[in-house]
Design a protein around this ligand. Structure first.
Ligand code: ADP
Length: 663
């Protein structure tokens, strides 16, 4: 006999009437456990031989076999060694067979007592399912029976193998053969007639219990898989939805809505994070029924301990440092004990468990996904992984949206550039040609008609001079704007008196023109401002020029200035966030032709002229306000226009920093 043969094959050769069938691993496990329980429940002291294929399967049953060894001294356990399984004799005999032995493919359990016998002899069968990942689906082919003749044959064959592997066990095995009448064929035959005194009720009960337990395990596995599958499907749905949108608002709304469906008992929040903004309103939320909404609440992130902890973790840059905050029960969380205010707030908002996962965009924190559970809740690894995956998707989608908006801006700039170019050509053509031809006509008349009366000659010269000056101004504006745009301008900031520079600008107004009435209403005392003098003169001159140009001579231009107070700063959106600076606001108001409210921003664009250059009745390049805005920006201020529309007059305001901070 070849000791490394399949036991199943050998047995079927000896007993050809046996008909092997297919069993799942879960059924064999239930069967084997029920048979082993018979040993533990009885007083029979049977012979027990168990082959576990591999050491790892045996490991799961060690304690069971230690118990069995307390009931009988004839226990033999076989397995192919993997780590430290070896030949031993106590508390029972272990036999480590060669890994290439066919026994490594088989599952055996043979029990022979005086009152009953049972045997399972099966061989691993190629499974149609990937059994490596689904252990319970492994299949075996073989037999199981209470027939003593089959059990005795199997025991005899297996004991021979054991002696071959461990000859020193021969006396003990002999003893077993004698005790259980395995020595002579006649005795084997005799046992055929033996009545099996088996407690069937006990066996069946046990078997059903084990089958039920394995079914329960299976159901649990199914439900885990089903919930995983559901989460994955939703995560994909979110990914698809947000990838199809370039609108950050839409992306974030979809994210919380879908997330709310997965975590249906939770409140899901999403808020943006900018390192320079200390407070963030909660703009995106989906809330489980019964939970109060936090939408619109303002997170003071600078003093939000959980947020700050996560931020600190991310900044510590430890490779394995997780930035997530996972709290299963806020009442038990030690970290929260030192923040009673936050804890009280969380209780008020019915937050018992929470999960915070940051959203990154090109390595920078751009927001946070926050889940609140009203009950104590153990967040599973899957939960965290899912929220992390969604946070990654959101980061990518935001990046995409940003890239798209950059592209749009670029596109707009290109269109602007194109318009600017054609405007430039048209304006240069018109604005240069018109004064040039006037100058030419005047000079030609003077040359060809020397008899011209002196008053007319004077008028011709005056006109030529004015147009030459118009040309000079136009060219000067081009040069100024191009220097401003290329960043070549050098600014010399120094304390300056607005009044002095205003007087200078007023004295430069073209006196020959019929100007409207100009009123200066400055407070008695104005602190010096910290600006570049030339830049300020340029701005004042251009604004005053415009005010006079677009106002009838019967109208009025009023110049005012005052230090801004806090309410005014808050009430003027154009000012943005300048709360901590002292600023002077200058206003040049006129009663002239006014500006359509929809054009109040457009007029600051280069070459903007409301009526188009061809219809102009007054000169100008359309560069004046563009120059003013760039200068004021460089001086650290803001400039904006105000008007109720046509013939309603206009107000141009600008701010500049005060030189000495006000105490
Ligand atoms: P321009 O050389 O054409 O005056 P600006 O850049 O100074 O160029 O002004 C752009 C446009 O803004 C003007 O063409 C005019 O339509 C409008 N604008 C500027 N100032 C006033 C004002 N005080 N009243 C009405 N419209 C004005």
């Amino acid at each position: 006999m070849n000791v490394s043969n399949s036991l199943l094959q050998d047995l079927c050769q000896v007993l050809p009437h046996l008909q092997p069938q297919i069993y799942f691993k879960s059924s064999l496990a239930a069967l084997s456990h029920a048979i082993e329980d018979l040993i533990l429940a009885g007083t029979d002291q049977p012979l027990v031989i168990a082959n576990f294929q591999q050491e790892r399967f045996y490991r799961q049953e060690i304690s069971r076999y230690e118990k069995i060894a307390q009931y009988t001294d004839q226990v033999y356990v076989l397995a192919a060694p993997e780590t430290d399984f070896g030949n031993a004799s106590a508390p029972y005999a272990t036999i480590a067979f060669a890994p290439d032995d066919e026994l490594a493919q088989e599952w055996h359990l043979i029990v022979i007592g005086r009152q009953y016998s049972a045997c399972v002899v099966c061989r691993e069968h190629a499974s149609p399912i990937d059994s490596a990942s689904l252990d319970q689906a492994r299949q075996f082919q073989g037999i199981w029976t209470f027939d003593p003749q089959v059990s005795i044959q199997a025991a005899r064959l297996l004991l021979e193998r054991i002696v071959a592997y461990r000859p020193e066990l021969a006396p003990k095995i002999k003893q077993a053969q004698r005790r259980y009448r395995l020595l002579h064929e006649s005795q084997v035959q005799a046992s055929r007639s033996k009545v099996v005194e088996l407690d069937l009720r006990l066996f069946v009960n046990r078997l059903v219990t084990y089958l039920q337990a394995s079914q329960y395990k299976l159901l649990k596995a199914y439900s885990t898989i089903a919930s995983k599958e559901r989460k994955e499907r939703l995560s994909n749905a979110i990914a698809t939805a947000i990838r199809h949108s370039f609108n950050p608002n839409e992306i974030l709304t979809i994210t919380v809505t879908e997330l709310g469906q997965v975590f249906s008992h939770c409140r899901c929040l999403l808020y943006r994070y900018q390192s320079d903004s200390p407070k963030e309103p909660i703009a995106y939320e989906s809330t489980a029924a019964g939970l109060p909404s936090l939408k619109g609440e303002v997170w003071s992130l600078a003093s939000h301990p959980l947020f700050q902890t996560a931020l600190a973790q991310s900044q510590s840059n430890g490779e394995n440092q997780s930035e997530n905050i996972v709290i299963a029960d806020i009442t038990q969380d030690l970290g929260l004990q030192s923040h009673p205010d936050l804890k009280a707030q969380l209780v008020r908002w019915q937050v018992r468990a929470c999960l915070l996962v940051p959203i990154h965009y090109q390595g920078i924190w751009v927001g946070m996904l926050e889940l609140h559970h009203p009950e104590a809740h153990l967040w599973t690894e899957d939960d965290v992984a899912l929220v992390e995956a969604i946070a990654t998707q959101v980061g990518v989608a935001l990046m995409q949206a940003q890239a798209y908006s950059n592209l749009e801006t670029l596109n707009r700039q290109l269109v602007d550039l194109e318009r600017t170019q054609s405007n430039l050509i048209a304006i240069v053509g018109h604005e240069l040609r018109t004064p040039l031809s006037t100058i030419r006509v005047c000079l030609e008349s003077l040359v060809t008609e020397p008899q011209m009366p002196p008053e007319l000659q004077q008028m011709m010269l005056q006109t030529a001079l004015e147009d030459a000056d118009r040309l000079r101004k136009l060219i000067q504006d081009f040069i100024t704007l191009s220097r401003l745009e290329s960043g070549l301008m050098r600014w010399q900031l120094e304390p300056i008196s607005l009044k002095e520079y205003l007087d200078l600008a007023l004295s430069g107004l073209e006196s020959h023109q019929k100007l409207p009435k100009i009123v200066v209403e400055l407070p008695h005392y104005l602190p010096p401002i910290q600006v570049d003098g030339e830049g300020l003169i340029e701005v004042l001159t251009k604004l005053l020029d415009n005010a006079c140009k677009f106002t009838h001579k019967t109208g009025e231009v009023i110049i005012r200035a005052h230090i801004l107070n806090l309410e005014e700063v808050r009430g003027e959106p154009a000012l943005g966030n300048i709360l901590n600076k002292a600023v002077l606001k200058v206003t040049i108001a006129d009663t002239g032709r006014g500006i359509e409210p929809s054009r109040l921003e457009a007029i600051f664009e280069r070459f903007y002229q409301e009526e188009g250059f061809l219809q102009r009745t007054v000169g100008g390049s359309g560069l004046g306000l563009a120059i003013c805005r760039r200068i004021i920006d460089n001086l650290g201020g803001k400039i904006w226009a105000e008007s109720l529309g046509k013939d309603q007059g206009s107000k141009f305001h600008f701010t500049v920093p005060v030189a000495v901070p006000i105490t």
